[in-house]
Design a protein around this ligand. Structure first.
Ligand SMILES: Cc1cc2nc3c(=O)[nH]c(=O)nc-3n(C[C@H](O)[C@H](O)[C@H](O)COP(=O)(O)O)c2cc1C
Length: 213
């Protein structure tokens, strides 16, 4: 087992004052409180190109994303809610994780993921649920505690600090849960060889079908 777990935060929007980025930073503090090393992947700073399946030489920004996600024991994802789902820039980052299919273990195998959304209204859970579908598709494990942050425009001040300390506590709790779950997985990876083999067969069947469709 590694001496210190790594929790990587991925998200934020392309907005200069991003609430989803503010929430992500606070959740990472919770991961650090629980003893993990943390790293932030701010999508605005990362400036990823659009995913292109035929791009065989992706730029450094994509390699940075993929290497950090692959090295992570735990992840915290944070997307704004756009039109009832996750933002295009966040989904684009997830699309690039397709490059992790050739790594060992592939995709997000045995990684724990905590999910945050920020919404103008009160239906941020839709974005969280969308992210959970992606976690499973990428073979990761979502922690049960999620943070759909409602009316985010009034939940954070201009410096990105939560107006109500309860929100800080909840986001810290999510970060701690991700670190705690990652620790359990690091002790004994739960995805056994037979499960991984079955998963790979299912994936390859669907890939074949998609290509012949
Ligand atoms: C293009 C766009 C679409 C949005 N759609 C929704 C929506 O469907 N439901 C909602 O509650 N808020 C919606 N919002 C509000 C954002 O979810 C909210 O402002 C969020 O906190 C933005 O996060 P950010 O500060 O990280 O960009 C939308 C905002 C934009 C810019």
């Amino acid at each position: 087992m590694k001496s210190q777990l790594l929790v990587v935060g991925l998200g934020g929007s392309l907005s200069k004052n991003s609430n989803s980025l503010a929430a992500l930073k606070i959740a990472l503090e919770g991961g650090a409180e629980a003893g993990a090393r943390t790293e932030l992947l701010d999508l605005r700073q990362l400036s990823l190109p659009m995913y292109d399946p035929s791009n065989s030489e992706p730029p450094d920004s994509v390699l940075k994303l993929c290497d950090a996600v692959h090295d992570a024991d735990g992840l915290i994802w944070s997307s704004p809610m756009y039109h009832g789902t996750i933002s295009g820039s966040f989904k684009n980052a997830l699309d690039w994780l397709q490059l992790l299919g050739n790594r060992t273990p592939p995709y997000l195998t045995d990684k724990v993921v905590g999910l945050i959304s920020t919404a103008g209204g009160v239906q941020g859970l839709q974005a969280v649920n969308t992210m959970e579908f992606a976690v499973r598709a990428l073979r990761g494990w979502a922690v049960p505690l999620v943070m759909p942050t409602a009316q985010a425009w009034k939940a954070f001040d201009e410096e990105g600090k939560p107006v109500d300390s309860t929100l800080t506590e909840q986001l810290h709790a999510l970060g701690r849960e991700v670190a705690r779950g990652s620790c359990q997985f690091a002790l004994e990876p739960p995805t056994k060889a037979d499960a991984a083999k079955a998963e790979a067969q299912i994936t390859s069947v669907s890939d074949r079908e998609a290509r012949s469709a």
